[in-house]
Write a protein that binds this ligand. Structure first.
Ligand code: P1T
Length: 416
């Protein structure tokens, strides 16, 4: 077999050797907390399942192969993986952080880790000069999200990596792109973190996280904290994540195809103010996306024309797009970031960063693109009067009156 094998092959085979005791083709769920030892001090590498578990090892090997990393540590959630990475630091250390990022990461940094003496500066990392200006003598970590959540801005990973000096670490939350579309380690990052709850798991049925690196000292520190702090996934969760990850390549190709179709549809509407999707030529960093990523992903955000009430109404009216937090599953989701995923960021701070009340975020799933577009169309048409752009040809220009506007789909939509 060629080395290294292609992504799709690694996803299915890395870490997935037949079980040594039974020959089971699929890695078993080793539901055990402990391991019987023949004599004190003698065991086969397994002593206690917080420290090590064969199902988790198989998942860690698989995910390390997807990021072409030498070392991987799986966690019970994306936040636990982020937290373990921040354990590389000590009181008095400073972190430069992407200012558009998942609200839970902001909460961990600003409400928890500051109490342990870490310092954070949030900067618009699309601007490398701003990153450079934020560096202090005690800067130890650059925390990058790219594409960012929820505005899908891009950070030039190689550009930030070029700014770092010895002893500093560049960590990238690669959740939105997935390893199929972006390889931060190859671009100069030291650590990659994923919420495996999202694309890697892919089916919205398990929460998890992973931290991956090629640096032996970083890997050892993260492993030490994984065991010492204990935020590990159980073997059932590890099994589900591993099963989902096997199909990552085919899923990501379809997510992207659908997201592109949805983004193009939204951009053509006059009642949509702005569409954020790195695959659109109108995205301010489309060129960077083409250079840094192998594809543009399945997330699309957009701001509606009209008041916040219109955004809330659209989120309520879609049927295929479930109104829910999270992303990356086979089913499509719609989120109102200001009130949901990013509600832990104070309103003035949120708005300064562009997470406005009219913003909606879509996780475009694997349903038919035609059906997804029909679903969005009916929700947009039904609320169009609030946009202040005049009636459309279909005559759906009056204020959304629950007695008059059917909650069903517009013409051409499927029935479900
Ligand atoms: O939910 P958890 O597995 O702990 O992962 C946290 C996390 C980390 N990084 C990014 C970029 C994320 O988007 C998330 C979780 N995000 C959502 C739940 C959301 O709806 O945006």
């Amino acid at each position: 077999m060629p080395e290294p094998m292609d992504f799709a092959t690694r996803a299915i085979h890395a870490g997935q050797d037949a079980d040594p005791t039974t020959g089971a083709t699929i890695v078993p769920i080793y539901a055990t907390s402990t391991y019987t030892q023949p004599a004190v001090g003698e065991h086969r590498g397994f002593d206690y399942s917080r420290t090590v578990n064969p199902t988790r090892v198989a998942l860690e090997t698989q995910l390390a192969a997807l990021e072409e990393a030498r070392y991987g540590s799986a966690f019970a959630s994306g936040m636990a993986a982020t937290s373990a990475t921040l354990n590389l630091l000590a009181a008095g250390d400073h972190v430069v952080v992407t200012d558009d990022l998942y609200g839970g990461t902001y909460r961990l940094f600003s409400k928890v880790l500051v109490r342990y003496g870490l310092e954070f500066t949030y900067v618009d990392m699309t601007d490398l000069d701003a990153v450079r200006a934020a560096i202090r003598p005690n800067t130890k970590l650059f925390w990058i999200e790219t594409p960012t959540n929820p505005l899908l801005r891009l950070v030039d990973i190689a550009g930030v990596a070029a700014l770092k000096t010895p002893g500093q670490v560049v960590a990238v939350d690669n959740t939105f792109a997935s390893p199929y579309f972006q390889s931060p380690l190859a671009l100069g990052a030291d650590v990659v973190v994923h919420s495996t709850t999202k694309y890697i798991g892919g089916h919205s049925d398990v929460v998890g996280g992973v931290a991956l690196t090629n640096d032996a000292a970083i890997a050892e520190s993260i492993k030490f904290h994984q065991n010492a702090v204990g935020g590990v996934p159980g073997p059932f969760d590890a099994f589900l994540t591993m099963r989902g990850a096997k199909t990552l390549a085919v899923r990501m190709r379809e997510h992207e195809r659908n997201a592109h179709a949805v983004a193009t549809f939204l951009e053509e509407r006059d009642d949509v103010a702005r569409v954020f999707y790195p695959g659109l030529p109108s995205h301010p960093q489309h060129a960077l996306a083409q250079r840094q990523m192998r594809g543009f992903g399945g997330m699309v955000s957009f701001t509606l024309r009209g008041p916040e009430s219109r955004a809330l109404e659209v989120a309520k009216r879609t049927k295929l797009f479930s109104l829910a937090e999270s992303l990356g599953g086979v089913e499509s989701l719609i989120t109102h970031p200001a009130r949901m995923t990013h509600g832990s960021i104070p309103k003035d701070e949120r708005e300064r960063r562009g997470v406005t009340d009219g913003l909606l975020r879509l996780s475009v799933g694997l349903e038919s693109a035609r059906d997804l577009i029909a679903d969005l169309r009916q929700a947009l048409d039904a609320t169009r009067a609030l946009a202040g752009v005049g009636a459309n040809d279909a005559g759906i220009g009056d204020p959304p009156n629950p007695d008059r506007i059917p909650a069903t789909q517009s013409e051409g939509a499927p029935t479900y």
